[in-house]
Design a protein around this ligand. Structure first.
Ligand SMILES: Cc1ncc(COP(=O)(O)O)c(C=O)c1O
Length: 344
Protein backbone atom coordinates (compact mmCIF):
# COMPACT_ATOMS: atom_id res chain seq x y z
CA UNK A 1 0.00 0.00 0.00
CA UNK A 2 1.36 3.37 -1.03
CA UNK A 3 1.90 5.83 1.80
CA UNK A 4 2.53 8.68 -0.60
CA UNK A 5 2.23 9.52 -4.31
CA UNK A 6 5.24 10.21 -6.50
CA UNK A 7 4.22 13.86 -6.76
CA UNK A 8 4.01 14.23 -2.98
CA UNK A 9 7.31 12.45 -2.47
CA UNK A 10 8.97 14.74 -5.00
CA UNK A 11 7.57 17.74 -3.13
CA UNK A 12 8.80 16.38 0.22
CA UNK A 13 12.32 15.98 -1.22
CA UNK A 14 12.20 19.46 -2.72
CA UNK A 15 11.34 20.97 0.67
CA UNK A 16 14.66 19.85 2.25
CA UNK A 17 17.81 21.98 2.34
CA UNK A 18 20.05 20.92 -0.51
CA UNK A 19 23.40 21.94 -2.00
CA UNK A 20 23.42 21.35 -5.74
CA UNK A 21 26.48 19.24 -6.51
CA UNK A 22 25.53 16.34 -8.78
CA UNK A 23 24.66 16.06 -12.44
CA UNK A 24 21.12 14.68 -12.22
CA UNK A 25 19.28 12.75 -13.45
CA UNK A 26 22.01 10.22 -14.18
CA UNK A 27 21.44 8.02 -17.26
CA UNK A 28 19.70 4.65 -17.10
CA UNK A 29 21.55 2.52 -19.62
CA UNK A 30 20.03 -0.69 -21.01
CA UNK A 31 22.43 -3.66 -21.27
CA UNK A 32 21.04 -5.80 -24.12
CA UNK A 33 24.31 -7.57 -24.96
CA UNK A 34 24.87 -8.58 -21.34
CA UNK A 35 21.29 -9.85 -20.88
CA UNK A 36 21.47 -11.84 -24.07
CA UNK A 37 24.84 -13.39 -23.21
CA UNK A 38 23.58 -14.41 -19.75
CA UNK A 39 20.21 -15.59 -21.12
CA UNK A 40 19.05 -13.70 -18.11
CA UNK A 41 16.81 -10.89 -17.03
CA UNK A 42 16.67 -7.51 -18.71
CA UNK A 43 19.27 -5.32 -17.07
CA UNK A 44 19.68 -1.54 -16.86
CA UNK A 45 22.58 0.23 -15.20
CA UNK A 46 21.69 3.39 -13.27
CA UNK A 47 24.80 5.44 -13.93
CA UNK A 48 25.49 7.10 -10.59
CA UNK A 49 29.13 6.78 -11.55
CA UNK A 50 28.22 9.75 -13.78
CA UNK A 51 27.14 12.21 -11.06
CA UNK A 52 29.97 14.46 -12.18
CA UNK A 53 31.60 15.66 -8.98
CA UNK A 54 35.29 14.62 -8.90
CA UNK A 55 34.79 11.59 -11.17
CA UNK A 56 31.27 10.81 -9.93
CA UNK A 57 29.76 8.22 -7.60
CA UNK A 58 26.92 7.88 -5.10
CA UNK A 59 28.40 10.34 -2.61
CA UNK A 60 27.73 13.36 -4.85
CA UNK A 61 24.00 12.69 -4.60
CA UNK A 62 24.25 12.09 -0.85
CA UNK A 63 26.34 15.17 -0.12
CA UNK A 64 23.64 17.36 -1.65
CA UNK A 65 21.44 16.64 1.38
CA UNK A 66 24.20 16.14 3.97
CA UNK A 67 25.94 19.42 3.17
CA UNK A 68 22.69 21.28 2.49
CA UNK A 69 21.73 20.44 6.07
CA UNK A 70 25.21 21.23 7.44
CA UNK A 71 25.34 24.65 5.78
CA UNK A 72 21.90 25.43 7.22
CA UNK A 73 23.34 24.71 10.69
CA UNK A 74 26.30 27.02 10.13
CA UNK A 75 28.87 24.22 9.90
CA UNK A 76 32.24 25.61 8.79
CA UNK A 77 34.38 22.46 8.77
CA UNK A 78 33.55 18.83 7.92
CA UNK A 79 35.47 15.81 9.19
CA UNK A 80 35.60 12.55 7.31
CA UNK A 81 37.75 9.48 7.99
CA UNK A 82 37.83 6.10 6.30
CA UNK A 83 40.12 3.83 4.28
CA UNK A 84 42.90 5.71 2.46
CA UNK A 85 41.16 4.93 -0.85
CA UNK A 86 37.81 6.32 0.31
CA UNK A 87 35.45 7.56 -2.40
CA UNK A 88 33.46 9.52 0.13
CA UNK A 89 36.61 11.43 1.12
CA UNK A 90 37.32 12.23 -2.53
CA UNK A 91 33.84 13.52 -3.22
CA UNK A 92 33.54 15.36 0.10
CA UNK A 93 36.84 17.18 -0.52
CA UNK A 94 35.53 18.33 -3.90
CA UNK A 95 32.12 19.32 -2.53
CA UNK A 96 33.73 21.28 0.31
CA UNK A 97 35.92 23.18 -2.14
CA UNK A 98 32.88 24.00 -4.21
CA UNK A 99 30.86 25.20 -1.20
CA UNK A 100 33.75 27.05 0.46
CA UNK A 101 33.93 25.06 3.70
CA UNK A 102 37.02 23.45 5.22
CA UNK A 103 37.43 19.69 4.92
CA UNK A 104 39.52 17.55 7.27
CA UNK A 105 40.21 14.07 5.91
CA UNK A 106 41.43 11.38 8.31
CA UNK A 107 42.56 8.44 6.17
CA UNK A 108 43.57 5.20 7.83
CA UNK A 109 47.29 4.40 7.39
CA UNK A 110 46.37 1.15 5.64
CA UNK A 111 48.34 -0.82 3.06
CA UNK A 112 47.59 1.73 0.31
CA UNK A 113 48.19 4.88 2.34
CA UNK A 114 51.75 5.52 1.13
CA UNK A 115 50.66 5.31 -2.48
CA UNK A 116 49.31 8.70 -3.61
CA UNK A 117 47.13 7.32 -6.39
CA UNK A 118 43.47 6.89 -7.25
CA UNK A 119 41.07 8.38 -4.71
CA UNK A 120 43.87 9.56 -2.46
CA UNK A 121 45.51 11.51 -5.23
CA UNK A 122 42.24 13.10 -6.32
CA UNK A 123 41.20 13.92 -2.72
CA UNK A 124 44.40 15.89 -2.20
CA UNK A 125 43.81 18.11 -5.22
CA UNK A 126 40.92 19.94 -3.52
CA UNK A 127 42.91 21.46 -0.67
CA UNK A 128 41.60 19.29 2.19
CA UNK A 129 43.63 19.05 5.41
CA UNK A 130 44.89 15.46 5.68
CA UNK A 131 45.42 13.97 9.16
CA UNK A 132 46.20 10.22 8.92
CA UNK A 133 45.10 7.76 11.61
CA UNK A 134 47.24 4.73 12.56
CA UNK A 135 45.81 1.46 11.28
CA UNK A 136 45.51 0.11 14.85
CA UNK A 137 43.39 3.07 16.03
CA UNK A 138 39.66 3.70 15.73
CA UNK A 139 38.93 6.19 12.94
CA UNK A 140 35.58 6.90 14.58
CA UNK A 141 37.30 7.92 17.83
CA UNK A 142 39.91 9.97 15.95
CA UNK A 143 37.12 11.90 14.22
CA UNK A 144 35.41 12.59 17.54
CA UNK A 145 38.68 13.84 19.04
CA UNK A 146 39.19 16.10 16.01
CA UNK A 147 35.68 17.53 16.41
CA UNK A 148 36.36 18.29 20.10
CA UNK A 149 39.62 20.04 19.22
CA UNK A 150 37.98 22.15 16.52
CA UNK A 151 35.06 23.04 18.76
CA UNK A 152 37.50 24.20 21.45
CA UNK A 153 39.02 26.49 18.79
CA UNK A 154 35.60 28.09 18.24
CA UNK A 155 34.80 26.25 15.03
CA UNK A 156 31.48 24.56 14.16
CA UNK A 157 32.52 21.09 12.91
CA UNK A 158 30.36 18.25 11.57
CA UNK A 159 31.48 14.63 11.59
CA UNK A 160 30.37 12.80 8.46
CA UNK A 161 30.29 9.15 7.38
CA UNK A 162 30.84 6.40 9.96
CA UNK A 163 29.75 7.52 13.43
CA UNK A 164 27.35 10.19 12.14
CA UNK A 165 23.84 8.65 12.12
CA UNK A 166 22.09 11.87 11.04
CA UNK A 167 24.37 12.22 8.02
CA UNK A 168 23.84 8.55 7.12
CA UNK A 169 20.07 9.09 7.21
CA UNK A 170 20.36 12.17 4.97
CA UNK A 171 22.48 10.04 2.62
CA UNK A 172 19.57 7.59 2.52
CA UNK A 173 17.15 10.43 1.72
CA UNK A 174 19.18 11.11 -1.43
CA UNK A 175 18.49 7.56 -2.60
CA UNK A 176 14.75 7.95 -2.09
CA UNK A 177 15.21 10.57 -4.82
CA UNK A 178 17.25 8.14 -6.90
CA UNK A 179 14.49 5.55 -6.70
CA UNK A 180 11.99 8.13 -7.97
CA UNK A 181 14.37 8.93 -10.80
CA UNK A 182 14.61 5.26 -11.79
CA UNK A 183 10.84 4.82 -11.77
CA UNK A 184 10.35 8.00 -13.84
CA UNK A 185 13.01 6.92 -16.35
CA UNK A 186 11.48 3.47 -16.77
CA UNK A 187 8.02 4.96 -17.14
CA UNK A 188 9.30 7.26 -19.88
CA UNK A 189 10.24 4.17 -21.92
CA UNK A 190 6.97 2.38 -21.19
CA UNK A 191 8.30 0.15 -18.40
CA UNK A 192 6.91 -0.68 -14.97
CA UNK A 193 9.10 -0.27 -11.85
CA UNK A 194 11.89 -2.88 -11.80
CA UNK A 195 11.41 -6.30 -10.25
CA UNK A 196 14.83 -6.02 -8.55
CA UNK A 197 17.45 -3.41 -7.81
CA UNK A 198 20.99 -4.58 -7.03
CA UNK A 199 23.34 -2.11 -5.40
CA UNK A 200 26.64 -2.08 -3.57
CA UNK A 201 25.77 -0.74 -0.15
CA UNK A 202 27.00 -0.49 3.39
CA UNK A 203 23.58 0.84 4.37
CA UNK A 204 22.53 4.34 3.35
CA UNK A 205 22.15 3.82 -0.38
CA UNK A 206 20.15 0.63 0.11
CA UNK A 207 18.09 2.18 2.91
CA UNK A 208 17.05 5.09 0.68
CA UNK A 209 16.07 2.86 -2.23
CA UNK A 210 14.13 0.59 0.13
CA UNK A 211 12.37 3.54 1.77
CA UNK A 212 11.39 4.79 -1.71
CA UNK A 213 9.91 1.39 -2.58
CA UNK A 214 8.01 1.17 0.68
CA UNK A 215 6.72 4.75 0.58
CA UNK A 216 5.40 4.30 -2.95
CA UNK A 217 3.98 0.85 -2.15
CA UNK A 218 5.95 -0.91 -4.91
CA UNK A 219 7.08 -4.53 -4.85
CA UNK A 220 10.63 -3.95 -6.18
CA UNK A 221 13.14 -6.07 -4.24
CA UNK A 222 16.25 -4.18 -3.17
CA UNK A 223 19.31 -6.44 -2.93
CA UNK A 224 22.30 -4.82 -1.27
CA UNK A 225 25.76 -6.27 -1.73
CA UNK A 226 27.98 -5.19 1.12
CA UNK A 227 31.67 -4.59 0.35
CA UNK A 228 32.50 -5.30 4.01
CA UNK A 229 31.36 -7.49 6.89
CA UNK A 230 31.25 -7.40 10.68
CA UNK A 231 35.08 -7.43 10.89
CA UNK A 232 35.06 -3.79 9.72
CA UNK A 233 34.35 -0.87 12.07
CA UNK A 234 31.99 0.73 9.53
CA UNK A 235 29.81 -2.38 8.98
CA UNK A 236 26.08 -1.76 9.48
CA UNK A 237 23.89 -4.86 10.10
CA UNK A 238 20.37 -5.16 8.58
CA UNK A 239 18.77 -3.80 11.77
CA UNK A 240 20.75 -0.56 11.40
CA UNK A 241 19.82 -0.35 7.71
CA UNK A 242 16.14 -0.82 8.61
CA UNK A 243 16.52 2.01 11.12
CA UNK A 244 18.06 4.23 8.41
CA UNK A 245 14.99 3.53 6.21
CA UNK A 246 12.70 4.68 8.99
CA UNK A 247 14.88 7.73 9.67
CA UNK A 248 14.95 8.71 5.99
CA UNK A 249 11.16 8.45 5.80
CA UNK A 250 10.91 10.47 9.01
CA UNK A 251 13.09 13.28 7.58
CA UNK A 252 10.67 13.41 4.65
CA UNK A 253 7.72 13.64 7.04
CA UNK A 254 6.44 10.04 6.83
CA UNK A 255 6.26 7.24 9.32
CA UNK A 256 7.53 3.87 8.14
CA UNK A 257 8.02 0.67 10.09
CA UNK A 258 10.78 -1.47 8.60
CA UNK A 259 11.84 -4.82 10.05
CA UNK A 260 15.44 -6.11 9.74
CA UNK A 261 14.05 -9.22 7.97
CA UNK A 262 12.96 -7.03 5.05
CA UNK A 263 16.53 -5.93 4.41
CA UNK A 264 18.47 -8.17 2.03
CA UNK A 265 22.06 -7.07 2.47
CA UNK A 266 24.56 -9.76 1.57
CA UNK A 267 28.12 -10.11 2.84
CA UNK A 268 28.67 -13.14 0.57
CA UNK A 269 30.65 -11.13 -2.01
CA UNK A 270 33.20 -9.49 0.28
CA UNK A 271 35.85 -12.09 -0.66
CA UNK A 272 38.97 -12.12 1.52
CA UNK A 273 38.14 -8.79 3.14
CA UNK A 274 37.00 -5.19 2.53
CA UNK A 275 39.36 -3.48 0.11
CA UNK A 276 40.83 -6.79 -1.14
CA UNK A 277 40.04 -7.61 -4.75
CA UNK A 278 38.00 -10.79 -5.29
CA UNK A 279 38.17 -13.16 -8.28
CA UNK A 280 34.35 -12.93 -8.63
CA UNK A 281 34.48 -9.12 -8.89
CA UNK A 282 37.37 -9.29 -11.38
CA UNK A 283 35.41 -11.68 -13.57
CA UNK A 284 32.19 -9.63 -13.28
CA UNK A 285 34.01 -6.37 -14.05
CA UNK A 286 35.64 -7.82 -17.15
CA UNK A 287 32.30 -9.12 -18.40
CA UNK A 288 30.53 -5.77 -17.97
CA UNK A 289 33.40 -3.89 -19.58
CA UNK A 290 33.60 -6.23 -22.56
CA UNK A 291 29.88 -6.53 -23.23
CA UNK A 292 28.61 -3.03 -22.42
CA UNK A 293 31.67 -0.76 -22.23
CA UNK A 294 30.95 0.07 -18.57
CA UNK A 295 33.69 0.08 -15.91
CA UNK A 296 33.23 -0.86 -12.25
CA UNK A 297 35.86 -0.78 -9.49
CA UNK A 298 37.37 -3.70 -7.50
CA UNK A 299 36.36 -2.47 -4.01
CA UNK A 300 32.72 -1.40 -4.33
CA UNK A 301 30.80 -1.46 -7.59
CA UNK A 302 32.67 -4.54 -8.91
CA UNK A 303 31.71 -6.54 -5.83
CA UNK A 304 28.11 -5.39 -6.14
CA UNK A 305 28.03 -6.41 -9.76
CA UNK A 306 29.57 -9.79 -8.86
CA UNK A 307 26.57 -10.32 -6.55
CA UNK A 308 24.14 -9.70 -9.40
CA UNK A 309 26.06 -11.95 -11.74
CA UNK A 310 26.26 -14.65 -9.05
CA UNK A 311 22.50 -14.56 -8.51
CA UNK A 312 21.87 -14.82 -12.26
CA UNK A 313 24.28 -17.76 -12.51
CA UNK A 314 22.61 -19.44 -9.52
CA UNK A 315 19.22 -19.14 -11.23
CA UNK A 316 17.78 -16.74 -8.63
CA UNK A 317 16.49 -14.39 -11.35
CA UNK A 318 14.06 -15.29 -14.13
CA UNK A 319 14.50 -14.22 -17.77
CA UNK A 320 11.38 -12.05 -17.47
CA UNK A 321 12.71 -10.19 -14.42
CA UNK A 322 13.71 -6.57 -14.98
CA UNK A 323 16.77 -5.61 -12.98
CA UNK A 324 18.40 -2.26 -12.33
CA UNK A 325 22.00 -2.30 -11.14
CA UNK A 326 22.75 0.99 -9.38
CA UNK A 327 26.35 1.81 -10.27
CA UNK A 328 27.65 3.68 -7.23
CA UNK A 329 30.98 4.63 -8.84
CA UNK A 330 34.37 4.22 -7.14
CA UNK A 331 36.25 4.31 -10.41
CA UNK A 332 39.42 6.20 -9.37
CA UNK A 333 40.32 3.09 -7.32
CA UNK A 334 41.13 1.16 -10.49
CA UNK A 335 44.36 3.16 -10.73
CA UNK A 336 45.53 2.13 -7.28
CA UNK A 337 44.43 -1.46 -7.83
CA UNK A 338 45.76 -1.64 -11.38
CA UNK A 339 46.92 -5.30 -11.25
CA UNK A 340 43.68 -6.46 -9.61
CA UNK A 341 41.60 -4.53 -12.08
CA UNK A 342 42.73 -6.85 -14.86
CA UNK A 343 41.03 -10.24 -15.15
CA UNK A 344 43.92 -12.37 -16.45
C1 LIG B 1 31.66 3.42 -4.74
C2 LIG B 1 30.84 3.19 -3.53
N1 LIG B 1 29.76 2.40 -3.61
C3 LIG B 1 28.98 2.17 -2.54
C4 LIG B 1 29.27 2.70 -1.31
C5 LIG B 1 28.36 2.43 -0.17
O1 LIG B 1 27.51 3.53 0.03
P1 LIG B 1 26.46 3.52 1.22
O2 LIG B 1 27.28 3.54 2.48
O3 LIG B 1 25.68 4.77 1.05
O4 LIG B 1 25.65 2.33 1.10
C6 LIG B 1 30.39 3.51 -1.16
C7 LIG B 1 30.75 4.07 0.15
O5 LIG B 1 31.80 4.61 0.38
C8 LIG B 1 31.19 3.77 -2.30
O6 LIG B 1 32.27 4.55 -2.21
Amino acid sequence: MAIVSRTELRAALASLPRARLAHLPTPLDPCPRLSSLLKGPRIWVKRDDCTGLAFGGNKARQHEFILGDALGRGVDVVIQGAASQSNQSRQLAAASARLGIECVLMPRRDALYEQIQGNQLVSRLFGATVVPVDASQSVKKAKEDMALKLRAEGRNPAILGMGAPEALSLAAVAYVGAYLEIVDQLEAIGEEPPSHIYVTSQGSTQAGLHAGVRLLGHSTRIIGINPMDARNEAYEPPAAIAQQCENAAGILGYSLSVSPEEIHNSTDWVGTDYGQPSPAAQKASALLAKTEGILVDPVYSGKGFSGLLGDIEAGCLRPDDRVVFVHTGGLPAIFSYSEASLDR
